[in-house]
Design a protein around this ligand. Sequence first.
Ligand SMILES: *[C@@H]1O[C@H](CO)[C@@H](O)[C@H](O)[C@H]1NC(C)=O
Ligand SMILES: *[C@@H]1O[C@H](CO)[C@@H](O)[C@H](O)[C@H]1NC(C)=O
Length: 440
Amino acid sequence: MLFKIGMTVVIVSGVAVFYLNSLIEKNTVDKFRALTEPVEFSKNENVPDIDRKDEIESLAAVKNDVNKGTNDTSLKEKLQTEKGKKKVKGKKTKVKDGKGPVPAGLKPTILKPGGKLQFREQSSYVLHLSVVACGDRAEETIILLKSAILFTKAPLVFHIFAETDLQTYFQTQIELWPEDYISADRLEYRIYDITLPPGDSENEWKNLFKPCASQRLFLPSLLNDVDSLIYVDTDVLFVSPLEKLWEFFSSFNSSQLVALAPEHEDPSIGWYNRFARHPYYGPLGVNSGVMLMNLTRLRQTRWLPEIMEYYKEYRLKITWGDQDLINVYFYFHPDQLFLFSCEWNYRPDHCMYMSVCKKAEEVGAQVLHGCRRVMHNDKQPAFKAFYITVKEYQFGGNMQYHLLEKLRINLEKMARNTHCGHVPEIFTKQMEKNILQHQP
Ligand SMILES: *[C@@H]1O[C@H](CO)[C@@H](O)[C@H](O)[C@H]1NC(C)=O
Ligand SMILES: *[C@@H]1O[C@H](CO)[C@@H](O)[C@H](O)[C@H]1NC(C)=O
């Protein structure tokens, strides 16, 4: 009897061990595969959950209530000690200043050089704009570039980072624009492969927030012949000439190297002040969708190695990917940030409950940022109306009629009964002004 029980135990445990073993093996094989196989972007992967923010907000709200009171002081203390630790750590780090493990001086895969102006030499007069497009973001990126060139008179260089299979799309779309918009004295474009730090971390960076969004963190060393650029998310549209936004560079004091807008205007609906579990800039954090970057200055700081450190330290606590890392960075370096106001990064949050961006009420939005896919879905139709108007406008058409009047009609038709639609002047004011100035 005892023998029988003994045998059963031996057999059962043998089977269990075998089963466990094969499980572990399968797991390792899968993991290995995930690391070695090229990442393929399915159509959906790039679609961030539109309601994710709301969902997290409600979850976090519950948590926050539970922790109330103890939260603030303990976080503050923690951050203080972290700040202290950071300094010590910084000295030990092996990563060389400014460079990091990314290749420096990336060559474009497609280049349409600007001609007569010798763009590179006249860098103060030439404006550089950079976007990173992956997955199904290609079309909105083209509309964004179109909006950039509509009102801008200064020569432009586009730096487009895109997945390989999108690169010829960008080239052919831009080449379809009329000659006077893409002539060599007006536009140069450079199209690059997505380039992230090599090795295991590549997949991690790529999956941070949305595919490819972390690309911008590496621009200072990748574009080592560019002094400064405006980086924008693909869901941005320009309502005014880029020259106006570019002017902020000349307002930088000697320590500022990046310019951004606040994430929120109103603390009662702010994200960072209510939910963040990591340090962030200022009272309400910053939004990274429209970002002026003085790359020369960034190359002179420990931007990249520090971002890498923050990533290691806070990776499990960040929700909005690279934007959160940028917030951590400027928490520790507030003197390096130039803050511009909300009309330069006008988002649904500024009008969805009530109009909170006072400057936009006054002068109109200068740059629209349709985050959470509002350029495409029906959640904030005023943004979609703007997107559709620019998309349908044909270069060369009468701007007063086919752009401005069309925008008014679309706003009225699509967004009349929404909070953002109740302040249509915010969407039309700058366009009206710029079209009038544009006319001969
Ligand atoms: C960026 O910073 C460098 C170094 O301070 C400066 O020479 C350059 O003019 C700045 N670029 C712009 C566009 O302000
Ligand atoms: C530049 O401006 C920022 C923000 O006002 C400030 O924190 C920083 O100390 C200033 N830097 C210098 C060198 O004045």
